[in-house]
Design a protein around this ligand. Structure first.
Ligand SMILES: [Zn+2]
Length: 407
């Protein structure tokens, strides 16, 4: 049993606790989870030996049954089936424990600092797991110089998204490009696989176009703080997203982004990586890219149709992916990409409760604001997208830093 395997077992056991405790309590899921987890001895361990002891204790309690890679072994079937109290899902407005994402109208004081404190001490779990991963990967992956000579963004833990002061939030035009495969599709591919595949040479030409024409790829944190706190974006901001975590993200996309000093955002299906699924990136690849300044966000655990999922299923898919990714990349992912573009009101409610700051769809569009932050549209990159079409799709139409020309 490797340390990495132990970490995965620990994460899944922890997620089981979160689901169980949430079902048992009423109120805000994040606070309940945080409170319950503080009671767990595992949140205070500091060393590998302590982790091993704790996992041994948990294992003795029969809680490690769901640690295999077979989704069928997940503890869903053992969950209580009673319908959760509807009032528990939506906490009362005056509940003192509610501290995240107040509505803009309710905020009369100036917005908090757009830069959350770069501390990891708020969450012992995060500090401990990140330290373990860092120790594990340091030997295998010597530190790679960060892109653009800057250090990667500080870890963002439990701080809420700064809230805009009513009308003073921006709606910005920042195209979020949506890529899937950047490779030649195999000869027997169906039309969907072909449509989702951009040829490496086309991708290289598109990145060169961005560089030659003054575009600067930004990440979702930069977009969020620009929207709510009016921080400045580069003159021609754009976001590059890559869905599903395919192997070509590491083999093809990453070297090209590095060559141009660009930052991409990769949406990962964590269970596929845990299972070592063929054709997908591995954790060491993802950790190497994260250390070099590339960004990783959540695309669920198993890529299900979330509209078919219960509340427990939503917790497992959305919280599970968030925590697993956080343990590997060292910051808490705050953005979600809906698997297959499907979601419902319950999905969005879960994202709010778990302190996600935004989510992207597969709908087409380039304008993004605070109110629609859980339904940000993107610009689909296709196999057939020519460089002329690319140019037209990302045209910022006179905006400066994404702001409307008349602002
Ligand atoms: Zn996907």
């Amino acid at each position: 049993m490797t340390l990495r395997h132990l970490l995965h077992c620990y994460l899944k056991t922890r997620q089981w606790f979160v689901v169980r405790n949430f079902r048992a309590a009423s109120g805000n899921v994040t606070k309940v989870a945080a409170y319950e987890l503080k009671k767990l001895p595992v949140t205070v361990y500091l060393s590998r030996s302590q982790l091993i002891i704790i996992l041994f204790v948990l294992g003795a309690g029969g809680l490690l049954a769901g640690c295999g890679n077979d989704p069928g072994a997940e503890p869903e079937a053992t969950m209580s089936v009673e319908k959760p109290d509807e009032s528990a899902a939506l906490p009362a407005v005056n509940d003192p424990i509610i501290h995240t994402l107040p509505t803009p109208a309710a905020t009369l004081s100036p917005p908090p600092s757009p830069t959350p404190a770069p501390t990891m001490t708020g969450d012992p779990f995060m500090a401990a797991t990140a330290a373990i991963v860092a120790t594990q990967t340091a030997a295998a992956n010597p530190p790679t110089p960060p892109i653009n000579g800057s250090t990667p963004a500080p870890p963002l833990m439990n701080e809420p998204l700064p809230t805009p002061m009513g009308i003073y939030s921006w709606t910005l035009k920042v195209p979020i490009l949506m890529y899937h495969y950047v490779s030649e599709p195999p000869p027997d591919s169906d039309i969907y696989r072909v449509d989702l595949s951009v040829a490496p040479e086309s991708f290289r030409r598109q990145m060169a176009y961005l560089k030659d024409n003054g575009y600067t790829p930004v990440d979702f944190d930069e977009l969020s703080t620009a929207i709510v706190a009016q921080t400045e974006l580069p003159e021609k901001p754009i976001l590059l997203t890559f869905d599903d975590g395919y192997l070509d993200s590491y083999e093809t996309v990453y070297p090209i982004l590095q060559a141009y000093g660009f930052k991409g955002t990769f949406f990962i299906i964590t269970e596929f990586v845990d299972a070592g699924r063929e054709g997908y990136m591995t954790w060491p690849m993802i950790e190497e890219m994260a250390q070099a300044g590339q960004r990783f966000e959540s695309h669920s655990r198993t890529h299900p149709d979330l509209t078919t999922k219960s509340r427990d299923g939503h917790i497992r898919e959305i919280l599970g992916a968030q925590e697993t990714l956080a343990a590997h990349v060292g910051y808490r992912p705050r953005y979600f990409c809906y698997p297959g573009g499907t979601y419902n009101e319950e999905t969005i409610q879960m994202l709010r409760e778990l302190d996600y700051w935004g989510a992207v769809t597969t709908e087409n569009g380039s304008w993004h604001g605070f109110d629609d932050r859980f339904e940000w549209p993107r610009v689909r990159m296709r196999n057939t997208t020519t460089i002329e079409e690319f140019q037209r799709l990302i045209d910022l139409e006179g905006t400066i830093s994404g702001k409307p020309p008349n602002s």
